[in-house]
Write a protein that binds this ligand. Sequence first.
Ligand code: XUL
Ligand code: CO
Length: 448
Amino acid sequence: MGLWDIDKIEYVGREKGPQEGLAFHYYDADKVVAGKKMKDWLRFGVAWWHTFNQELVDPFGTGTAQRPYYKYTDPMDQALAKVDYAFELFTKLGVEYFCFHDRDIAPEGDTLRETNANLDKVVDKIEENMKATGVKLLWNTSSLFTNPRFVSGAATSPFADIYAYAAGQLKKSLEIGKRLGAENYVFWGGREGYENLWNTEMKREQDHIAAFFHMCADYAKEIGMDAQFLIEPKPKEPTLHQYDFDAATAINFLRTYDLTDVFKLNLEGNHANLAGHTYQHEIRVAREAGFLGSLDANQGDKLIGWDMDEFPTDLYETVAVMWEVLAAGSIGPRGGLNFDAKPRRTSFTPEDLFRAHIAGMDSYAAGLLVAAKMHEDHYIEDLQEARYSSFDSGIGATVEDGTATLASLAEYAIDKPQSELIAATKSDHLESVKATINNYIIDALAEA
Ligand code: XUL
Ligand code: CO
């Protein structure tokens, strides 16, 4: 049974009935869907910080998590032991990628030099395990928000010593990413924003962080680290306002500071909701602008306005996400679905960690199956094509081919009576569209 006292999780399909919690019902890694294996569409990743470090605290209570490695009380012993537990969990779940912050895998020393030495010891062990298991690094990142030195940000801190320290941390993280063959490198600006605008020079802070990103890109190039750089937008929490508010804001920042060649976006469901968007909206914005990089797969709660980081189980949302991914052809050039998610505080057993990942993986596999069927039938494509067909010829075509002018359109419209204009519009039948999507969910999963 190994360290976790749990057998390898197998795909049982639906033969065991809907209540079998420790098995995959829809995620069949090698099954070919829309021309690719499920595992290659989904590229699941485990988030080290939640899965191995999350104690399941909330603002009112201490941790409830029960974890077998808590028996190691020395921080470095525990960090090294966790590597064994981590790789066994990856292989038992059949997850081929993982993600971590520098701070997740090794404790800090008093100086950056000491901290880097701690990191090296754990990275040695991670590298050995990656070689032995074939599990790969989807992305690594640097925590520039946990330690009190980052109280007012890192690359937007008003304190130059802190900026310099953050740069030192980043240098080491990029070296680790290169060593472990990271597919991507993520920048989440946890405290890169402000608590109060009256004491903040917003443009100066953004100039600073843009310079920081350019230095990172230059150093990655210098050492031959070829991971895709990703910005992860989030509007707020922990700060009142974060500069990478949402996909559109982050893209504007990248364009303003000439960083579009280096960066794409890592989009997260719960972050989208905090910005007042659906997850699908954020992915659509990034996809259509050519910035879809990777996905942090989680969900929020309709009733609570915080970053809940729930494991994704909302089928309607996984269908929408996978519809966008199929339209894009992949989750970005080298992206995947990282479970930036934690079990609820009331799901505290080690087995719950497995159950939670299974729930997320099955929900995304089901979403893929439904979205693939919708694409196969061209349901949404046909619906959208019909909706805009008046731009395919006549006056509409003059808009799209650039020959229209305000005068030519006014001339066309000047004598049209209201009845003719109303006749030019069509009902969207939106309720039927929503019901049809429900039918796709029910039918595609019944056939699976
Ligand atoms: C925080 C969050 C981070 C990033 C990586 O809300 O999503 O864990 O994914 O720093
Ligand atoms: Co995230």
